[in-house]
Ligand binder design. Structure first.
Ligand code: SAH
Ligand code: SF4
Length: 354
């Protein structure tokens, strides 16, 4: 198989062309074509000589994934299913990526794994099992593909300026590729570090390792419960680290980076959304430089969970605010498409099985 170029940074591309007997600056041209121009083929790179392109094509390819399915919502949310270059029993692996238009910017939600090994009880991704980690190049590809799909949007919604690692998979369990993608997005694609958000289920070794990198990205930690007992029911595979240990790692993250933490809390009707639980959560978070992002549940068939009524969400939010916690609420996007992460992939997999 041809070696993919996507995933290599400028200096790696410079080293690669030097091996081909070319001057190193040709590597910068390659990087610009891949990450700024969004080239899909080496043939497109018209400022490289024909013989060089032909030589490169014998060994390499850009390595972009194919769009296998696409859904567009009335609010311009776009959800893509990408077919990767590797397969299992003749069927390509697929991952989801989403373009989320806000009033002032376009955000891309990327996946970091095919499926997810954590298997949270309420999550569509967790329910479809786990196959493999993505590479840094496969993560960056998602941003370039969403950008292409948004080409006809009015500015500034025609360019991805923010990336959230909140798609399929647990980013910190695929640490090297996640960090590789963060660096490529920042240095090659040109997205500001402060516009990158990595979301973790609370994988403590990963949080501690990330803190040491001292990057200016935002860390979002999914809590979903104010105590270990309830958290263990929702995330049964992550019992090794209790809330105290997670919050300790978060304090260390703040001390080392100076970045305010985001805590995500997915509201499940009658499970984790009462006022007492809000008060308990506020007590646990007291003194931490953070804000809580409330995510009303996006219903996924077969989980048994439901979204709370808006009034319950409001009650929970106000209880946190009364206790001095800063709260934001995730606006629902793409309500008319398979908006919950992992849903489009499950639907497409179901079609094939049927
Ligand atoms: N694995 C990481 C990142 C991907 S999930 C994590 O768990 O943080 C990103 C966020 O979406 C998490 O907070 C997760 O709990 C939430 N989520 C998953 N399924 C959801 C659903 N059906 N409705 C609402 N939020 C969901
Ligand atoms: Fe994995 Fe995150 Fe889904 Fe949990 S919520 S199964 S950690 S993707």
């Amino acid at each position: 198989m041809l070696t993919p170029l996507i995933g290599l940074n400028t200096s790696e591309l410079c080293a690669l062309v030097k091996q081909e007997g070319e001057p190193a600056y040709r590597g910068q041209q390659l990087a610009r074509w891949i990450y700024r121009q969004g080239a899909h083929t080496i043939q497109e790179m018209t400022d490289l000589s024909r013989p060089l392109r032909a030589r490169l094509e014998e060994k390499y390819q850009v390595g972009r994934a194919r769009v296998a399915a696409q859904q567009r919502s009335r609010d311009r949310t776009v959800k893509l299913l990408l077919a990767l270059h590797s397969e299992e029993e003749g069927v390509p692996y697929t991952v989801e990526t989403v373009g989320l238009p806000y009033s002032e910017y376009l955000s891309c939600c990327v996946s970091t794994q095919v499926g997810c090994p954590v298997r949270c009880a309420f999550c569509a991704t967790g329910r479809s099992g786990y196959s493999r980690n993505l590479t840094a190049g496969e993560i960056v590809d998602q941003v370039l593909t969403v950008q292409e799909a948004a080409r006809d949007n009015p500015p500034p919604l025609d360019r991805v300026s923010h990336v959230v690692f909140m798609g399929m998979g647990e980013p910190l369990m695929n640490y090297d590729a996640t960090l590789g993608a963060v660096r490529l997005l920042n240095q090659e694609v040109g997205i500001g570090m402060r516009h990158l958000t990595v979301s973790t289920v609370g994988y403590v070794p990963g949080i501690r390792r990330l803190a040491k990198e001292k990057l200016q990205l935002t860390l979002a930690v999914s809590l979903h419960a104010p105590n270990d007992q309830l958290r263990q029911q929702l995330i049964p595979t992550m019992t090794r680290w209790g809330l105290d240990e997670i919050l300790d790692a978060c304090r260390a993250y703040f001390q080392q980076t100076g970045r305010r933490l985001t805590f995500e809390y997915c509201l499940l009707d009658g499970v984790n959304d009462n006022i007492k639980q809000a008060q308990e959560l506020a007590r646990r978070l007291r003194g931490l430089n953070c804000h809580v992002n409330l995510i009303p549940y996006n219903p996924v068939g077969g989980t048994g969970f439901a979204a709370p009524a808006p009034l319950r969400v409001k009650g929970f939010r106000e209880a946190l605010e009364r206790a001095g916690i800063v709260v934001t609420q995730r606006a629902q996007k793409g309500a008319d498409i398979d908006a919950a992460c992992g849903q489009l992939r499950r639907r497409e997999m179901g079609k094939r099985a049927g």
